[in-house]
Design a protein around this ligand. Structure first.
Ligand code: DC
Length: 235
C-alpha cells in the first residue's frame, strides 16, 4: 500500500482546474492528467475524419483507432493523437464548440474512463475533469469541486487563448461557449457534471492562484497524513 493519494478535481469550464491540478502534482511529485484533453483529442479525430459521433456503428469502428498519449515537449505536457502533437489544435474554438457533444456519447466515455483508471491505478496522481470524483476515481482521498463567476471564467479563458496567440475570438463567443458547455456537460445522461458528496467546494472568483493553491495543498497534506496514519494502524 502506498501513502500517495488520488486527487480528483472537477468543476465548470475554465475554472482553473488544470492549473491547480498541475501545480499540486508538481509540488507533491505526482502525475498530472488532463482528462478534458482526452475528450478534446477524440473530438479532433472525429472532425478530421469527418465521422459522425451520433452514429453508434461509426463510433464503434472509430474508437479502436484513437490512441491518445501525453508526453513532455520543452518541459510542458503535450497531448498526442495517434503519434501527432495536437496540443495547440485541441484548444481552439473549433474543438471547444463540439467537445461537449462527443463527451456525451457513452461509448466514448467508457473507453476514456478505462484509460484514465489505468493511469491512476498506482495512485500519486492529480486528474481534472467533470466526472473524476463521481465516476473515474470514486475512492479518491481528496475531491475538489471548483467554481467561479462566469465573468471571471470568461476573462481567464480569453487571456489564455490570447497568450497562445489566438486573437480572433470575441468575448461573447467565449462566454457563450462556456455557458453552453456547462449546460450540456451538467445535463447529459451519462456521468453528468455534479459535485461528489464528499467534495470540497472551492469558489475561486475572488481567490488568487496562490491562495487557492495553498488551500488545496493544505487539504492534500492533511489527507496524505491521514492515509499514513491509517497505514500505520494497519501495519
Ligand atoms: O476540461 P476541458 O474544458 O478541457 O474539457 C473539455 C470538455 O470535455 C468538457 O466540456 C466536457 C468534456 N469532459 C468530460 O465530459 N469529462 C471529463 N472528465 C473531462 C472533460
Amino acid at each position: 500500500m502506498t501513502a500517495k493519494i488520488t486527487i480528483a478535481i472537477d468543476g465548470y469550464a475554465a475554472c482553473g482546474k488544470s492549473t491547480l491540478a498541475k501545480a499540486l502534482a508538481k509540488e507533491l511529485g505526482y502525475i498530472y492528467v488532463d482528462s478534458g484533453a482526452m475528450y478534446r483529442a477524440t473530438t479532433l479525430y472525429f472532425l478530421n475524419n469527418q465521422l459522425s459521433w451520433d452514429d453508434a456503428e461509426t463510433v464503434r469502428q472509430a474508437l479502436p483507432n484513437i490512441h491518445i498519449e501525453f508526453a513532455k515537449v520543452g518541459g510542458k505536457t503535450h497531448t498526442f493523437l495517434n503519434g501527432q502533437d495536437v496540443e495547440e489544435e485541441i484548444r481552439t474554438m473549433r474543438i471547444s464548440n463540439q467537445v461537449s457533444y462527443v463527451s456525451a456519447v457513452s461509448a466514448v466515455r467508457k473507453m476514456l474512463v478505462r484509460r484514465q483508471q489505468e493511469m491512476g491505478a498506482m495512485k500519486g496522481l492529480a486528474m481534472d475533469g467533470r466526472d473524476i470524483g463521481t465516476v473515474v476515481f470514486k475512492d479518491a482521498e481528496l475531491k475538489l469541486f471548483m467554481t467561479a463567476s462566469i465573468e471571471a471564467r470568461t476573462q481567464r479563458r480569453l487571456e489564455e487563448l490570447q497568450a497562445k496567440g489566438i486573437f480572433e475570438v470575441d468575448i461573447t463567443e467565449v462566454e457563450r461557449n462556456l455557458l453552453e458547455r456547462d449546460r450540456i456537460d451538467s445535463s447529459r445522461d451519462d456521468s453528468p457534471l455534479t459535485q461528489a458528496k464528499d467534495a470540497v467546494i472551492i469558489d475561486n472568483t475572488n481567490l488568487s492562484p496562490e491562495e487557492q493553491f495553498n488551500m488545496a495543498l493544505e487539504l492534500a497534506r492533511t489527507r496524505i497524513a491521514a492515509k499514513i496514519k491509517r497505514l500505520e494502524l494497519i501495519g
